[in-house]
Ligand binder design. Structure first.
Ligand code: PLP
Length: 406
C-alpha cells in the first residue's frame, strides 16, 4: 500500500536542527530556531510564567475537556489584548473568537473556513513569508490559489512597498484573502511604517479584500503590547473592513509546546444578525472535525497571568527583557562586523525588528558558515538573533566576515 510513498525526512529548519544536534564542535552556534534563548543560550522560563504555574496548584487541578470554542475567559482576555478595550467594547457583538492550536492552528482554521464558506479565488502571501504559510494554505484550502505580493527588495534590503501596493491594486480580485504580518515580519524583520499601514488598509478596503493578520509576536517585537498591535487596531478604524486575527502565545508567553492561540474574526455590521453567531458556529464545526478542541493547560496559565495585575506587570517586564536582549545582540554583532570592516552595509541588522535578521547572506555563504564554522541559519539567510550570546557574537561575526572575504 505504501511502497510508492516518497521517503520524507524532516525539512527546512527541522532538518538543520537535527544536523546541529549531531554537530560535535564546541563552538557551534544555533541561529535556526524561532524560540527565545537567554544569554547562556538556554531555553528560558519567564518569571511571570513560573509564578503563574505556582498559583495554579497543578497537583490538584482537573484535566477536563474544554468547551468546543475553548476557554471563554481566555478568549475574552486575548481579544482584549490584541484589540484593546475601546475596540473590544465597540465591537462586542461583532467578534467571533475560538481558541486554537496556537498560531499554526489559527492560520489553518481560517484557511479552511474561507475555503469552505466564502470561496476566495486567491490567498495573497508576502514574498517571502514564514515557510509554513504556503503549506498551510495548500493543505487546508485546496480551492484557493496561492499568490505572492512583493514584500522584500533585495538590493536595498528594505520593504518593497511601491511594488507591493501596485500588485495589490492591479492583480487582486474582490473577495480575495490577503495575509499580513501584524508586526516583526518573519523572516525579514521589516514592518511597514504607520503611514504605509494606512495605505495598505485603504487598498484592502477599496479592493474588498479579506485581511488575515498573523500576530505571532505581539509584545515580543518591541516589548510594548499596544505598539505591536497598532496595525490591527488601525484596520478597525475603517468601517466595512472585515478581518481575522491569528494569535499565537508561543513566543510572547514562552508557551511554545503548549500550543496556545486564538482566531478572532471581526465581522461587519452589515452581516447577518446576530452578526457573529453563524461564523462562531462554523468555526467550531470545522475545529471539531479536525482536533475537537484546543488544549487546556496553556489557557490556564495565560488566564492566571491575565487576571492578576501583578502577574500582568511581571509579564510586561519579561517581554521587555526578551526584546531588549535581542536588540542588544543585534547591536553587538553589528558593531563587530563594522569593527572587522566586513564588506557591505550591515545597518539592516539593527533596523530589523523581532526575533529574526534577514542577513542578506547568500545560500552558498550560509552553507560555508555551517560547514566551515558550525554556525547554523536558514538557507535564505534568516538568522534567529535569539541564538546569539555575549559568548558567541564575536565568533559569529568573525565567521560571517570570513565567508564574505575568503
Ligand atoms: N506565524 C508566524 C509568522 C510565525 O513566525 C510562527 C512561528 O514561528 C507562527 C505563525 C506559528 O507559531 P505557533 O504555531 O507556534 O504559534
Amino acid at each position: 500500500l505504501f511502497s510508492d510513498l516518497r521517503p520524507l525526512g524532516p525539512e527546512g529548519p527541522f532538518s538543520l536542527e537535527t544536523q546541529f544536534i549531531a554537530d560535535s564542535d564546541s563552538c557551534k552556534v544555533n541561529l535556526i530556531i524561532g524560540a527565545y534563548r537567554n544569554n547562556q543560550g538556554q531555553a528560558w522560563q519567564p518569571p511571570s510564567l513560573v509564578e503563574a504555574k505556582k498559583r495554579i496548584h497543578v497537583e490538584s487541578c482537573l484535566h477536563e475537556y474544554l468547551p468546543l470554542h475553548g476557554s471563554a475567559e481566555f478568549l475574552e482576555s486575548s481579544k482584549l489584548l490584541v484589540l484593546g478595550p475601546e475596540i473590544t467594547n465597540q465591537a462586542y457583538d461583532r467578534i467571533a473568537s475560538i481558541q486554537t492550536i496556537s498560531g499554526t492552528g489559527a492560520n489553518s482554521l481560517i484557511a479552511k473556513f474561507l475555503d469552505n464558506h466564502t470561496h476566495p479565488a486567491n490567498i495573497w502571501l508576502p514574498d517571502p513569508t514564514w515557510v509554513n504559510h504556503a503549506d498551510i494554505w495548500k493543505e487546508n484550502a485546496p480551492g484557493v490559489d496561492l499568490r505572492w505580493y512583493p514584500y522584500y527588495d533585495e538590493s536595498s534590503r528594505s520593504l518593497s512597498f511601491s511594488a507591493m501596493i501596485q500588485t495589490l491594486q492591479r492583480d487582486t480580485q474582490e473577495n480575495d484573502a490577503i495575509l499580513l504580518h501584524a508586526c516583526a515580519h518573519n523572516p525579514t524583520g521589516l514592518d511597514p511604517t504607520k503611514e504605509q499601514w494606512e495605505e495598505i488598509a485603504l487598498v484592502c478596503k477599496e479592493k474588498k479584500l479579506f485581511v488575515i493578520f498573523d500576530s505571532a509576536y505581539q509584545g515580543f517585537a518591541s516589548g510594548d503590547l499596544d505598539h505591536d498591535a497598532w496595525a490591527i487596531r488601525h484596520f478597525f478604524t475603517h468601517p466595512g473592513l472585515e478581518f481575522a486575527i491569528c494569535q499565537s502565545f508561543s513566543k510572547n508567553m514562552s508557551l511554545y509546546g503548549e500550543r496556545l492561540g486564538a482566531l478572532h474574526i471581526v465581522v461587519s455590521r452589515k452581516s447577518s444578525s446576530p452578526p457573529t453567531a453563524s461564523v462562531h458556529g462554523h468555526l467550531a464545526e470545522i475545529q471539531r472535525a479536525c482536533v475537537s478542541m484546543a488544549p487546556l493547560f496553556g489557557s490556564r496559565v495565560a488566564n492566571e497571568i491575565f487576571k492578576s495585575e501583578d502577574l500582568h506587570l511581571m509579564w510586561q517586564a519579561d517581554l521587555l527583557l526578551m526584546s531588549n536582549r535581542i536588540k542588544t545582540m543585534r547591536k553587538a554583532v553589528y558593531d563587530e562586523l563594522v569593527r572587522l570592516q566586513t564588506p557591505g552595509n550591515w545597518d539592516h541588522v539593527v533596523h530589523q525588528t523581532g526575533m529574526f535578521s534577514y542577513t542578506g547572506l547568500t545560500e552558498e555563504q550560509v552553507g560555508r558558515l555551517r560547514k566551515e564554522h558550525h554556525v547554523y541559519m536558514l538557507p535564505s539567510g534568516r538568522a534567529s538573533i535569539c541564538g546569539l550570546t555575549c559568548a558567541n557574537f564575536k565568533y559569529t561575526a568573525q565567521a560571517i566576515h570570513s565567508v564574505i572575504t575568503d
